[in-house]
Write a protein that binds this ligand. Structure first.
Ligand SMILES: C=C(O[C@@H]1C=C(C(=O)O)C=C[C@H]1O)C(=O)O
Length: 366
């Protein structure tokens, strides 16, 4: 057989598989429509989207993946199939920290897939308000970065918001230095006067900027996408931002992956009117406060230790109610419906001044 004939054979096989895939995906979409119909008949239209079921499906896909594709890769494909099936019934609207091209938008699309309607908002407070008002089904907000720590504004919003946490997303953050497309060969132009970026991103690239652009002024702005927009209008300036922002504002990337920590990751939370039912591998976020006296934090944490629950994070913030009153944001493994977690929560009611369950939700799968 000639090379052409052998190629033709494989291509025929691929075409047949694609036909079969298309038939199966369409059949799957019809099933999703059936699910929606059943829910409509039961008057349960608020629950078209089931985060715990989606997490379970994605985990199963990863566990069963026979290769050669990587587990993350197949899960990403199925993420998009589920997203499209769900949108057939009711496209979700998801608010994020804009403008377009931010890492928060990338996190929203990673979590929900590309068939949702993403809506940019100017501040974290605006996202909470829009989701509270019901004009968006969910919101996505940054909460902590592996290099720069916690996003205080997000934690502070939870103190007075009735919203719950329905999911988490982690995103590897790669920052690039970019400037107005010149068509010239790449490299860092000597005359760069200014570097725009979000405060957090400037901090995440501090070492690189010190070494390569010691004389350029660092100008913190509201978001990386805003930085890219400003750099697009001024050839003396550059921005530090992600790939999406470079594409959106037609900027040339002058230097790739300039973050100081190669494992630089940001964690985002999905906020909505309810948290999620158990998926089998869940986390619970709590807001606690205790009296300012000896041993009170110790007493607050004892119920978790007694129940063998591991804590994955603790942050303290001023409560803003008294000069020395602090609140603690605590993440634990497990769902609030698990007997060990609900047992610990019952004991906490006595030990804590305030004990607010911000939500139980599936551990990030992707
Ligand atoms: C609403 C449901 O289905 C939705 C669609 C899914 C899918 O396409 O597989 C998965 C979970 C839900 O977001 C449900 O299963 O109850």
């Amino acid at each position: 057989m000639t090379e052409q004939q052998r190629l033709q054979q494989v291509r025929d096989r691929i075409d047949a598989i694609d036909g079969e895939l298309l038939r199966l995906i369409s059949e799957r979409a019809t099933c999703a429509q059936d699910v929606a119909r059943i829910k409509e008949q039961a008057g349960d239209v608020a629950h078209y989207y089931r985060p715990e079921r989606e997490a379970d499906i994605l985990r199963r896909i990863k566990a069963r993946n026979p290769g050669p594709l990587d587990g993350e890769e197949v899960a990403r494909l199925f993420r998009e199939i589920m997203s499209a099936c769900l949108a057939l019934e009711r496209p979700l609207s998801v608010g994020y920290l804009g403008p377009e091209g931010t890492f928060t938008q990338a996190a929203a699309l990673k979590h929900f897939g590309h068939s949702v309607r993403t809506q940019p908002f100017g501040t974290i407070g605006d996202i909470f308000r829009e989701v509270e008002a019901g004009s968006c089904n969910f919101g996505v907000v940054p909460v902590e970065n592996s290099t720069e720590g916690v996003v205080n504004h997000t934690l502070d919003m939870f103190m007075r918001s009735p919203l719950r946490i329905a999911g988490e997303v982690t995103l590897r953050i790669h920052h690039h230095l970019m400037s107005r497309a010149s068509g010239a060969s790449t490299g860092i132009p000597a005359g760069l006067q200014r570097v725009y970026s979000h405060q957090q991103s400037l901090a995440q690239c501090r070492g690189w900027l010190d070494r390569h652009l010691p004389h350029a002024e660092r100008v913190p702005v509201g978001s990386n996408a805003e930085a890219a927009r400003l750099a697009a209008g001024d050839s003396d300036s550059a921005a530090v931002a992600g790939e999406a922002a470079a594409a959106l504002y037609d900027l040339d990337i002058l230097a790739h992956r300039i973050e100081d920590e190669p494992g630089n990751t940001t964690r985002f939370l999905v906020i909505g009117p309810e948290d999620a039912p158990p998926s089998g591998r869940d986390k619970t976020s709590l807001l606690l406060s205790c009296r300012n006296e000896a041993g009170s934090l110790y007493r607050l944490l004892t119920p978790f230790a007694d129940q063998g629950i591991s804590m994955t994070r603790i942050e303290s913030r001023p409560s803003r109610q008294g000069v020395w009153d602090y609140v603690f944001f605590i993440d634990i493994n497990g769902h609030r419906a698990d007997p060990s977690v609900s047992g610990a929560l019952q004991k906490l009611e006595n030990a804590a001044n305030l004990c607010k369950v911000l939500g139980s939700y599936p551990e990030a799968v992707l």
